[in-house]
Design a protein around this ligand. Structure first.
Ligand code: NAD
Length: 482
């Protein structure tokens, strides 16, 4: 494995219906670890976005299910064959460590190959109408059709390949056209993926990628008259802006999380501590479903906290390109400073730092903070970095559930207990989209339904199966029948 070869500098173009488009203004993409410039992308203006939507709208996709299956599977295979090239690019532009980037590339393979397998399945239904005294000898059939207009897809920085794959694969599987705006922080991976798709045979009119600063082209992505649906993954702040701006359009919003890992008194504490540390630090803690609060009951908190520190000490934080590194940088120094300030604020309110290291630029080492008040900013807001905050809770499941539900977020959760009565209460009372027993909140497969409630999302799910549903219209048609 050759992690240490840096990818060559890329002076990128946009892909508008497959055409390479540059602009005079550019956005630089930085390596968060050494602050070098990894590449540049054009800074699109609203007119570029308009052009991309108009070209997409003018094209009528007519790929058969077989053709879509072939393109999707070929994409999966190209990604698998080039996983190290993609991992190198992801690490260079995001600071995620080599191990995390390789894992991301393998997840993307799953997304594309599941979409390939699902596109050949017709999920149409048949309703017989002679089923009541009001019935008739007819049948009603359902069939899914692509959207009439275009999908507008906007993606975040934390999974530069997989988040983009979760938008594009279901869109292609359902014969839709997409205009993608990847984040300005990690756009290079998305452009490389677009080239793989064209190489796999995707008609270029079915995918455009526009790049640049949201301040100059963000609203154009949300309000374009040819955009029928906006699918967005990112922060609550931007998600709510989209909800307020988009008007009469379908919206899929996958927003921030503040997921708890709950540890009850009967739990195997070693196993729970392992989940806590892994869940809080993988992907540099930058997963919407990272463990952002550990809620442990007082009865076992002392012993649990010792185990967490032991496991956190084993993690190697440092150069993201080093294959031995477990935790790379966060996305930029500004974010690392914010986390540092939040830890200091928690300490001022009574918390105690049990393990950590001084921040170096965007390198923020896994930091164990115990006795964190449940309502301080570190755990009440989404802290998108490798902080491992332990919140001690009363020995009472009702209180644990109340504290868990006390934030505005409702994405996922993990619970560590073997008691079925507890499990039943967590499943019915936690205000979240997912409850994982004895797993990290982020556990899923790429096709299972995924998404949150409250500020984490409107309840519309992602995952390949659900995304394919939300990217289609259901048409019913009926005819006389026996
Ligand atoms: P962000 O909201 O800052 O940016 C996301 C995208 O929105 C980027 O492409 C950005 O350029 C764009 N954007 C920003 N302002 C815009 C505007 N006014 N109009 C249109 N587009 C605009 O989020 P981020 O910092 O890149 O990502 C981290 C966030 O994403 C975290 O909150 C994380 O929890 C969330 N996230 C959620 C999920 C999920 O599935 N629920 C998955 C991954 C990440």
């Amino acid at each position: 494995m050759n992690a240490n070869v840096k990818p060559p500098f890329r002076a990128e173009s946009m892909r508008i219906a497959g055409k390479l488009v540059k602009t005079d203004d550019i956005v630089e993409v930085f390596n968060p670890y050494d602050a070098t410039v990894v590449g540049t992308v054009p800074a699109a203006r609203a007119e570029h976005v308009r052009e991309a939507f108009a070209k997409a709208r003018a094209f009528k996709p007519n790929l058969t299910r077989y053709e879509r299956q072939q393109i999707l599977q070929k994409t999966a295979e190209l990604l698998r064959d080039r996983k190290e090239d993609f991992a190198r690019l992801i690490t260079a532009e995001s600071g995620l460590c080599w191990k995390d980037s390789l894992y991301e590339a393998s997840r993307a393979y799953d997304v594309w190959s599941f979409a390939a397998q699902l596109t050949i399945k017709d999920d149409g239904e048949i309703y017989s109408c002679d089923i009541s005294p009001n019935g008739k000898a007819r049948k009603i059939f359902t069939t899914r059709t692509p959207l009439l207009g275009v999908i507008s897809a906007i993606t975040p920085f934390n999974h530069p390949l997989n988040m983009v794959s979760h938008k594009l694969a279901p869109a292609i599987a359902t014969n839709n056209r997409t205009v993608l705006k990847p984040t300005e922080l990690t756009p290079l991976t998305a452009l490389a993926l677009a080239d793989v798709l064209y190489e796999a045979g995707l008609p270029p009119e079915m995918l455009s990628v526009v790049t640049g600063n949201p301040s100059t082209m963000g609203d154009a992505m949300i309000t374009d008259p040819d955009a029928d649906l906006v699918t967005f993954t990112g922060s609550v702040r931007v998600g709510k802006h989209i909800a307020n701006t988009a008007g009469y359009k379908r919206l899929v919003l996958e927003l921030g999380g503040n997921d708890p890992l709950i540890v009850m008194e009967d739990a195997d504490l070693d196993k729970a501590a392992e989940l806590a540390v892994t869940g809080a630090t993988k992907n540099s803690g930058q997963r919407c479903t990272a463990v952002k609060r550990i809620l442990v009951v007082n009865a076992v908190a002392d012993e649990f906290s010792k185990l967490v520190v032991e496991k956190a000490k084993k993690l190697k934080s440092g150069d993201p390109m080093d294959p031995a590194t477990d935790v790379g940088t966060v996305i930029n120094e500004r974010s690392a400073i914010l986390f540092e300030n939040r830890v200091n604020d928690a300490v001022a309110k009574g918390a105690e730092v049990l393990h950590g290291a001084p921040r170096k630029g965007a390198l923020f080492a896994p930091t164990v903070v115990d006795r964190v008040p449940y309502d301080c900013e570190l755990v009440h807001e989404e802290t998108f970095g490798p902080v491992i905050p332990i919140v001690r809770c009363p020995d009472d499941i009702a209180e644990v559930i109340r504290i868990s539900n006390s934030t505005d977020y409702g994405l996922s959760s993990g619970v560590c207990t073997d008691r079925l009565d507890y499990v039943a209460r967590f499943v019915s009372e936690l205000e979240v989209g997912t409850v994982n027993v004895w797993e990290v909140p982020g556990y899923r497969i790429e096709m299972s339904p995924f998404g949150g409630i409250k500020d984490s999302g409107l309840g519309y799910k992602e995952g390949v199966v659900e995304a394919m549903k939300s990217f289609t219209n259901i048409r019913t048609w009926s005819m006389p029948w026996m």
